[in-house]
Ligand binder design. Structure first.
Ligand SMILES: Nc1ncnc2c1ncn2[C@@H]1O[C@H](COP(=O)(O)OP(=O)(O)OP(=O)(O)O)[C@@H](O)[C@H]1O
Ligand SMILES: [Mg+2]
Length: 243
């Protein structure tokens, strides 16, 4: 469960996120969409406790992020758009290191199936410099999933993956949501987002334009038309004068 109330993030005098409130329940996958610079990455970073919010409260699995960041962070994983890895740790050593930080017992038994699910088991003894871009992304994902987070934040998780990788990533997100995880993901790949998300939140200039189930949001912007794509809704919602 993610509960966000009155989230504001300012960088100096510039307000990147304006008074954002929403809730994501276990089993739900919320797609965070909006034009470049809308505040998606900033929002995700605030929710994951990577950067401090200027105001507002964030509760992760019932824990207040500001009051007890360690407790909140135990339940969450943040997958950045630009994964950061350790140059001198192999794939397997990354997982061992993350397991120690999060206190994951018997991590070998968990790491191997994760590497297989993400199809990098064959690279277990390679260094990041020996991996392709998509493989690095998969390693970062394996590291984030190792402590079995119940709340997951993905920033552009599908960019850079090959078509099969995209399908596997979508399946992997859906499998975890069905098992009760709470997921927020940002993406510009709206046709793919439609297949994974139960809900969407449209951001523009740091503010919420609309949120709800895909059906709710589409009804709001469809102007009575049937089968309007999320891409069309996005353009209507963010391109017009409504902001
Ligand atoms: N560290 C920072 N310092 C100052 N301004 C920042 C900083 N990070 C982001 N911003 C500004 O905040 C706004 C939101 O940026 P953010 O990265 O959250 O957008 P985004 O929705 O993720 O965009 P994109 O689709 O391009 O990834 C932008 O105007 C950006 O210039
Ligand atoms: Mg971004």
């Amino acid at each position: 469960m993610i509960e966000v109330t009155g989230l504001i993030k300012r960088y100096g005098a510039f307000t990147a996120v304006k008074d954002l409130s929403f809730t994501v329940r276990p089993g739900e996958v919320l797609g965070l969409v909006g034009p470049n610079g809308a505040g998606k990455t900033t929002t995700l970073r605030c929710l994951a406790g990577i950067i401090p919010a200027t105001a507002g409260t964030v509760r992760i699995a019932g824990q207040d992020l500001a009051a007890d960041p360690v407790a909140a962070k135990r339940s969450l994983a943040f997958f950045p758009d630009e994964p950061r890895l350790f140059d001198y740790l192999t794939v397997r050593q990354h997982l061992a290191f993350v397991a120690r930080i999060y206190g994951v017992p018997h991590h070998e038994a968990l790491a191997q199936p994760l590497l297989e699910e993400l199809e990098i088991a064959g690279k277990a003894d390679q260094l990041p410099g020996e991996l392709s871009r998509g493989m690095k992304q998969k390693l970062a994902i394996a590291c984030g999933l190792l402590h079995s987070p119940s709340v997951m934040f993905f920033d552009e998780p599908l960019t850079g993956l090959d078509p099969l990788g995209i399908r596997r990533m979508k399946d992997s997100i859906l499998k975890r949501a069905r098992a009760g995880a709470t997921v927020v993901l940002s993406s510009h790949l709206l046709h793919l987002l439609e297949e994974v998300c139960s809900h969407v939140l449209i951001l523009k200039n740091g503010g919420k334009i609309a949120d709800g189930t895909l059906a709710d949001v589409s009804t709001r912007f469809a102007n009575g038309e049937a089968n309007v794509s999320l891409e069309e809704i996005f353009i209507r919602a963010t391109g017009g004068t409504e902001s």
